[in-house]
Every structure is written in C-alpha cells, then in structure tokens.
Design a protein around this ligand. Structure first.
Ligand code: WTA
Length: 658
C-alpha cells in the first residue's frame, strides 16, 4: 500500500484500498457498509442467506437462538439443520474440482518433494482414514486426540473425524507428554492419532515416544494410531498401537458421511485462560463452518484458483479455521508447511511463496519481526510477484514490523489484514476487508459482518458510547462461529465469559476505539500472555514451577520482548535452605519444558527471596509487571504492602536491565 498514504488525525498514517484492488474485490467500501448494516439490524435475515453457502442435508428453518443471560447462557445457530463438514469441504467440490489441488504440502526439508493433493485424492484419503478410525471402534460423538506433525495426514484425520461424526481435539506437537496426557483425559478420548517423529527446523520431535509417556497417565483402553513420517525407530505396544500405513492398504476408498446436527460438536481445542488449567473450547458444526468459510473468503479476498497460505500450526485455532476448514469449504488450494520460517535459512517463507506462487500469505507478527532482523536480502532474492494480500494474527503488530511487511514483502501493493480474534470466536471478529477498509498500521480496524464490538468502562461495566473510547473489549450479541461451551463444564464457560460484564461476551482484551471508529487492541487485561503468538496462562507456568520440589512460590508475568512480543518473566522463591545456582535455574527451565512444553520456558527467571504481597497475602502483580518491564520508576503506591522492602530487593536484582 503506498499512494493513498496520508496523515490523518493525530499521527496514524492511513492507507485506503487502491481503486484497482477494490474493483476486483468481493466487497468494496459501499458494499461493506450496506452488508454490515443488514447484518446487525437483521441478523436472522443476514445469516439465513449466508448459511446457504454450505450444503445442508436437511436445510435449517431456524437461524438464531442465542441467550447471553448469565446463568442461562445458550448459543445455537441453524439448530434444526443437518449437514456434514467433510462433505462440505470435499465431496461437494468433486463435481467441478476433482483434479484441482486442495492441499499443497511443503515438507520441512526443502530437498524433499512437495505434494499436491487433489480434491479427488483428498476424498480417498479422508474416506480411508474414516474407515480406519471406525475399525478401531470410533463412533459418532467419540473424542479423538491428534498429536501430529504438520503433514497432510493431520488434515485427513480432522476431516475423517468430521466425516464419521467423531470430535477431534488437537494438541500442538510442541506440548509435553504431561500436557498431552491431561488433554487426553480431559476430553476422555478413545484414540490418539500421532506420528513416529515430527521433523521441524531440521530437528525431530519423538511424538510416538511422547505419546507413550503421556498414556502412562491415561486409561488403558486408549488406542494409538501411528502415522509413519520419518520411519525412525519407535517402541510398539501390541494391541494398543495401530499402524496407519499398514491399515491403509486394506482400507476402503469410500466412507459414508454421518448426518450431523448443526449444534453437534465438531472439535474441542484446549486453550489457556487466566485461572486454572486450560479449558476445552467447544465449536460446533454448522455455525462454525459458515463463519470460517465466510471470513476466509471475504477477509483474504480469496478467489477461485488462488493459492492460500496460512503459516500457523493445526494445533492452534488459526490452523483449524484457515488451513483446513475455511479454505476447503471454499474449494480453495491451501498450503500446509511443516517447517519454520528460518530453516534452512531466513528466506524459507519467501522461497515457499515463490515456489508455490502463493497469492495470500497469513502469518504472525512475531515471525515478521524475527525475519525482519535478517534484513531485506532474503526477501528480495525471491520472486514474490504472485502475492496479492498479506495478513497477520495473534498479537498487536508494531508499526515498524507493519511497514517492513508492507514495503519489503508486499512491495507496497498488498493490503495487510490485521485480524483480531480468538480460539473462542472461531473466526475473525475485527479485521479490515481488503477492498473496503482503510488500513492503519497496528489497528485491527472494523468489525466483520454480524459482529458488534463494544468498549466498556472496566470499573462501572458501562458501555462507552462516544466514538473515541478506551476500555475493555466485549461483544454484544452472538455470531455463528462463537464457542458454545467449555467441554464438560458449562458453568466455567458462563463464569469466564459472561459473568464479569452481564449481557456481553467478555474477550479478555483491552482496546481503544479512535475517532474514525477503528479498533486498536491494547493487549490482555487478564493474566494471559501472548508469547510468539502462543497463548499462555501465567497461572499455568506458575503451577508448573511450584510443582518442583525446591520451589516454594512463583509468580509469572509478561514483559515486552523484541521478537516474541511478550516474554515470560518468572519470579521464584526457593524452599528454605535451597541455594539459588545456575544449575538450578537450568533445572527449573527443563522442568517447565517437561511439564508444559518448550513454549512455556521462562525467558527470564529471577530469584526472589520474597514476593510483594498485600497484608491479606495477595501477590501484587502490578508491581511485578512494572519491574519486569524495567519501568520501576512508576511503581505506584506500595504502602499497602506487607513488607515494602521486598520491592527494593527485586529492583536491585531484576533480570531485565536492557
Ligand atoms: C491476541 C488466536 C492484537 C488477543 C487467533 C486475543 C491479537 C488472543 C490479534 C487470542 C490481533 C489475536 N491484534 N491481538 N490481530 N489476534 N490477538 O486464542 O490478545 O490463540 O485475545 O487466538 O490473541 O489468542 P488465541
């Protein structure tokens, strides 16, 4: 984006969509205004129409039946319709697209051949996997955990579950055996699908061996389906472990689809919150798919024949909605990449874009910052002329990274969609539409169709009605992609999202709305942090630390990190008589990796003989955050502390002196 850059308001530059882009886009400014208005004035009529983008076995007559009253929260969309997600993502495209590539697979090792899987092949693969799961005893409504590398079999497994009506729950392959075991138990899964090893960035994670360890803490009846990825050695438990590649030889090429009700669960995905253990976010069949497909088409301005690449992992919601479900429901060509941005070198992303002629590219600000640090040469040596649009997700993008993405990657001609959403929301809620919305670096701009953001005063809970506003970001009313419940704990669903601000869905994020009505996300207002775009509860890291025999107490906060966005800062109080040593520091880091996974390892760990507490014993996190941010000049009132001298010691020995 270049020509229309202009100064507006206080300081933010504004980039209007180019006339050329707008002319070819699904939606221009006028159409956005008109569609948005209908979507909020008459959601029934709007979604009755847009629900038709799917093939329904039994068409719905009811559209929306939602209730946000605390104590009685219930969200239903298209509830009397029936459909099958796999039929919508595959079978219905066979008539016109059997030979079109559905999935491009780019392996971790660039020397290994890429694969192009057509819709016809995808159909066969998913049918076979469906039959294998049925042979293993999986039935409609059963839970299947996936712990997989980023290989096409992960997508086959998701779609095979959907095909037979099983509920999948993907556990990111970077999670530890303990975390995997907890999720297998949490969802009471019948089968775990995994692979021997997961290659990533030239290294290999032993997924099968991790699964073996995880299952030591699970029911004996849990079975394991093992996909061969590297062919490396694994242990084998007869009767429990099933060999996917062997069963494939016998599996039938056709598997009938299960007729599912719109509100039957499609998947459970565990995510971190401000308290306790991760919760299983439940998404259902009809509304989720309508919403994932519609946002994919409009936000990325996807057109037939385009090659779409979302760099997320299928272990996160972004991979669910924008690698698999949204794109495939739209008959798109979607790219799955097994590797990391910097392997074998920092030009890998751009080489993949060139090789597969990628048209829309969607990644996280943390990846952009990491690549920006390698300079322009790795980008400039690649031919990126097929790129039409760029996107970001996961955390606020800083203007420097936005400008680099725009100038160096997009060559000033690709709109950037900064999409704000959450595991809970199923799809984008605040985002530009590239042919319609004027962009501002760092702003997620405007609501998608049907989305009604409100800014609440955090103290009074009152809605701030002036255009310019700052406060807590909540949503009024529902949208079809919204989560329906927490797996096995509807009360937790209500109390997490609907209790604090009655009548609204509480996002957990703070935001600012500027005079143009554009939204700027200011970050979480709860104890959730975003580390390299991975969502993490500080409470989870704390409970991992205090589970170590030498740790008496721990407090974890986020602090600004140049590449990761936020880093993990841990304050640790040791048991009486235990010496703080560098070895112990390493031991604790390894401990957290094994309790949760490498993504939870503290970046900075400070020994703290005491933590700042109120006289009633509550840890004052505000103070710990300030020290971690190296902003101890503005600690505010510390007079209510039980022992104010604790703070001096913490400042003296702070780790972040940068
Ligand atoms: C943050 C990822 C600013 C936010 C899809 C949210 C963002 C949390 C953006 C959800 C964005 C996501 N700008 N912040 N464009 N996108 N976030 O559940 O704090 O892994 O609440 O979903 O990420 O993270 P989750």
């Amino acid at each position: 984006m270049t020509a229309q850059a202009q100064e507006k308001g206080a300081s933010a530059p504004v980039y209007a969509p180019s006339a050329e882009f707008a002319a070819n886009a699904h939606v221009d400014a006028e159409k956005y205004a008109q569609m948005y208005e209908t979507s909020v004035k008459d959601p029934e009529a709007f979604w009755r129409e847009h629900g038709k983008r799917l093939d329904w076995i039994k068409p719905y007559t009811k559209v929306k039946n939602t209730n946000y009253s605390f104590g009685d929260v219930s969200i239903k969309w298209f509830e009397d319709g029936t459909l099958n997600v796999a039929a919508n993502c595959i079978d219905r495209h066979l008539k016109d697209r059997a030979d079109q590539t559905a999935i491009i697979f780019e392996p971790d090792n660039p020397e290994e051949d890429a694969q192009h899987i057509t819709y016809a092949e995808l159909h066969r693969r998913v049918c076979r996997m469906g039959n294998i799961l049925e042979d293993m005893g999986v039935r409609k409504g059963d839970r299947v955990v996936l712990y997989m590398p980023m290989i096409p079999e992960a997508a086959y497994a998701m779609l095979a579950c959907a095909r037979i009506g099983a509920i999948h729950s993907i556990v990111f392959a970077g999670f530890s055996p303990d975390a995997l075991g907890a999720r297998v138990n949490g969802s009471d899964a019948k089968v775990v699908i995994t692979a021997d090893y997961a290659p990533r960035g030239g290294r290999e994670t032993a997924l099968k061996s991790n699964t073996d360890q995880a299952l030591l803490h699970c029911k004996d009846s849990v079975k394991v389906l093992v996909v061969k990825r590297t062919g490396g050695q694994t242990t084998w438990i007869e009767g429990r472990d099933y060999d996917y590649n062997e069963m494939l030889l016998e599996a039938d090429d056709y598997c009938p689809v299960a007729e599912m009700r719109a509100e039957d669960p499609l998947f459970v995905l565990y995510t971190s919150g401000s308290t306790g253990q991760p919760k299983g976010v439940v998404h259902t069949t009809g509304g989720y798919l309508v919403y994932a497909a519609m946002t994919h088409q409009y936000v990325f301005d996807y057109h037939d024949g385009d090659v779409f690449w979302c760099t997320a992992d299928v272990g996160w919601v972004t991979g669910h909605s924008y690698i698999v479900y949204g794109p495939l429901a739209n008959g798109a060509t979607t790219l799955m990449f097994e590797g990391v941005p910097t392997y074998p070198d920092a030009s890998r992303f751009w080489q993949v874009c060139e090789k597969h002629k990628v048209n829309q590219f969607y990644t996280a600000p943390t990846a952009i910052r990491a690549l920006m640090a390698h300079g322009n040469e790795p980008v400039e040596k690649c031919d990126l002329s097929d790129l039409k649009l760029l996107g970001t997700v996961g955390e606020p993008i800083n203007p420097e990274a936005w400008n680099w993405y725009n100038d160096v990657v997009g060559k000033g001609k690709c709109p950037i969609v900064d999409t704000w959403w959450q595991t809970e929301t199923g799809g984008h809620l605040l985002t530009p539409l590239p042919g319609a919305t004027a962009l501002k670096p760092g702003s997620a701009t405007k609501p998608f169709f049907g989305v009604q953001p409100v800014v609440l005063d955090p103290q009074t809970g009152e809605e701030i009605t002036t255009t310019a506003a700052e406060g807590v970001l909540c949503l009024k009313d529902s949208w079809p992609g919204q989560m329906r419940t927490v797996w096995g704990d509807h009360d937790r669903f209500q109390s997490t999202y609907f209790e604090q601000y009655k009548g609204y869905y509480f996002s957990g994020d703070g935001c600012r709305r500027d005079a143009d009505g554009d939204y700027w996300i200011t970050g979480r207002v709860d104890d959730v942090i975003n580390v390299s775009g991975h969502r993490m509860g500080t409470a989870e890291v704390e409970s991992a630390l205090v589970a170590h025999a030498k740790v008496a107490e721990a407090a974890v906060v986020g602090y600004p990190h140049d590449i990761k966005g936020q880093g993990i800062y841990a304050y640790v109080t040791l048991m009486n008589g235990i010496e703080p040593t560098d070895e112990l520091r390493k031991e604790l880091e390894t401990w957290v990796r094994s309790e949760i996974g490498p993504i939870a390892k503290p970046d900075l760990l400070q020994w703290s003989p005491g933590l700042p507490k109120t006289r009633s014993g509550k840890i004052m996190r505000r103070i710990l955050r300030k020290i971690a941010e190296n902003d101890y000049g503005s600690l505010g009132d510390t007079s209510t502390l039980a022992d104010p001298s604790v703070v001096d010691d913490l400042i003296e020995n702070r780790m972040n002196k940068g």
